[in-house]
Design a binder for this molecule. Sequence first.
Ligand SMILES: [Zn+2]
Ligand SMILES: [Zn+2]
Length: 392
Amino acid sequence: MTMMRKVLLGLILLLLALAIIYKQFYYFAGSESLAEDEIRLTACGTGMPAPNPFQAGTCWLIETTDAGNFIFDLGTHSMGRIATLAIEPDKLDKVFLTHLHSDHWGDLPSLWIGGWVMGRSVPLHVYGPSGDGPGLGTDYAIEHFLEAYRWDRMSRNGILNPLPGEIIVHEFDHKIEGNVIYEQNGAKVLSFPAVHAIDGPVAYRFEYNGLSVVLTGDNFPNQFTLRNSQNADVVIHESFLNPEFMVDNFGLHPKVSLEVATEVHTSPQAFGMLMSELKPRRAVAFHFLNLPITTGAIKDGIRENYQGELDLADDMMMWNISKNNIRVRQVLWNPFNPPKPGQPLPPNKDMTIPMSERLIDSKLDVKEVEAKMKALFHQKYFDEHDSEKDDH
Ligand SMILES: [Zn+2]
Ligand SMILES: [Zn+2]
């Protein structure tokens, strides 16, 4: 073997070894299909209400082989993260909201309209809790959300089929514990009360194929969580920033900082106490700024009371959960996995709202600059006698 061949062979072996090691830690979006006995959980948003370039608002995606996909919360900016996975729009047709803070449902327009323009053929289903007073529940929120987006909807009706532009709301009583709010194709979603801000927020327990994931939204440790998270494979719970960090970096008064970090939210120490009671196969902490300067104190705080398996969640962390194994990796955007459009229903042209003559007449004449591009397009896609030619 010549020297050159030896070097080449060495390089190939090195690349193969690197690829194998790499696959232990990273997942190229769209490169693996799901096994029948597993569920895939992806953190599509782990942050807080304040905008942050690295973390979207709360959002968790669960994928299954037989029961479809489930989105739990849809915080601001999270649809961009979900888009990394390039899932067909018909497979993103339901979302379960824990509560109506913007960092938990602020990206609903992107799922609703984004899926509609990408060819979703079915209405969107939104599951969410009732409120503890008039105008505080999910029904009211979505009714007025649709009103606020009236112009958006009406300007698209006629170009797009109106059916996928509808939202079907499934509001349920926030006070009921162990409430089965969804059960289809072997998947079950139960709700129970969460303790956060004012009455109304809920937490969810997702069950499929003998596996269970508890998603608590924003929550202070409480009896409902203890009772409804027993024997769960994965429990996801907030664990807030260290109060010292907020004094030093946000300039908060120590009194305010301590109140926010330990009374409004769950401290790492309290998170650790809860998980030491529940003993899930994997505890997942989220809802904090995930930076090298924050995670040390959060982890140390949790470890004061909990020694089990633990992940400090960051955006696009992914868990493959099966009975024998829980594999944790980071999702990488894959440029060879482009968005997958759906198969849109035909539009109803009668619903088109015509534009005024004034605006139509104001259009510049671009025929000449487009002539070459259009001629090539016609040559490629329509033959001379194609009767549909003029319709396109
Ligand atoms: Zn909240
Ligand atoms: Zn929140």
